[in-house]
Design a protein around this ligand. Structure first.
Ligand code: HSE
Length: 312
């Protein structure tokens, strides 16, 4: 064992893309979480240290998303050795940026790297899902883009499809200092919907996928905003959502949606200068309401998680 440690970075993600609840997501260039793993003689994964979480994340291997994913990989490859995990938590918790998914993906990819990459990216997906399921339900719309990069479609048949990445899309994101746990945001969703709502939502998702293939930024943003089920049910959890939509569009954004389960909001823009202006407007809306926030401009990353061996 010449190399004693491995490190992986997994990016933040925007799940749902408005209308595609639990089936669409995209990877951001930044920010993201980093995990380092080192060998242990004892089997299984344990948390050695967590930085950047303000002491909020559990160290219990059954409750920590990174640990659950790491243990799942170790089982999958029948490892007799174990790993110690150091998690550098850069993503805010319960923010709608796929924080738990990024930690799970980074841990799974780092463990795989440490063991000489016995598993393909696709084979790592179930372990990442195990990690996500431990904290926010078993849905792949955050773990898939974080693992594979780009825009991913969860087909429902166990297959993940990579959609083309539109060239001229810049994203302005703002995260208010309000925690919205995914479990809370899922609990407010309707259990039943009308057939007419199903038809409208299905048409919107199909329009979105079509617009992505046509690389039509305006049509993409229009389709993303046509969510008549999830956003109305969650809107009360997102401070200033309506005001933010009006203000960002006035500043040139093509559309605005809730990122994942929120409260991060994501504006779709056609060029980087507009995205910068929109991001400033986003901060100003929250400043005016005396809500602390963090806004930034980023774009879609064609790459998912990355990893490397660390030679001590
Ligand atoms: N699709 C999920 C949701 C993403 O909206 O609840 C959050 O993890």
């Amino acid at each position: 064992m010449a190399n004693t440690r491995a490190e992986a970075f997994a990016p933040a993600t925007v799940a749902n893309l408005g209308v595609g609840f639990d089936i669409l997501g995209l990877a951001l260039v930044e920010p993201g979480d980093t995990v380092q793993v080192e060998w242990r003689d004892e089997p299984g994964a344990v948390i050695v240290r967590i930085e950047g979480d303000g002491g909020k994340l559990p160290h219990d291997p059954a409750k920590n998303t990174a640990c659950v994913a790491a243990n799942s990989v170790l089982r999958q490859i029948n490892a007799s050795e174990g790993v110690g995990i150091t998690l550098y938590k850069n993503l805010p918790l319960a923010s709608g940026l796929g924080s738990s998914a990024a930690s799970a993906v980074a841990a799974a990819v780092a463990v795989n790297q440490l063991f000489g990459e016995p598993l393909s990216r696709a084979e790592l997906l179930p372990a990442c899902l195990d990690g996500e399921a431990a904290v926010s339900g078993r849905h792949a719309d955050n773990v898939a883009p974080s693992l594979f990069g780009g825009i991913t479609l969860i087909t429902g048949t166990g297959e993940i499809r990579m959609l083309p990445i539109p060239e001229s899309i810049y994203l302005a994101l703002v995260t208010p200092d309000v925690a919205v746990p995914t479990a809370t945001a899922r609990a407010v969703l309707p259990k039943m919907i009308l057939l007419s709502q199903m038809v409208e939502q299905t048409a919107a998702v199909a329009s979105l996928v079509d617009a992505i293939y046509r690389q039509d930024a305006e049509a993409i943003a229009d389709a993303m905003e046509r969510d008549g089920i999830i956003e109305p049910a969650r809107a009360h959890l997102m401070p200033k959502l309506a005001e933010m939509r009006v203000a960002t569009k006035r500043a040139g954004a093509l559309g605005l949606v809730i990122s994942g389960a929120g409260p991060t909001l994501c504006a779709i823009c056609q060029d980087s200068q507009t995205a910068k202006t929109v991001s400033q407007v986003m901060s100003a809306v929250y400043d005016e309401a005396a809500i602390q926030s963090n806004s930034y401009v980023t774009h879609i990353s064609p790459q998912g998680a990355s990893s490397r061996l660390l030679n001590d």
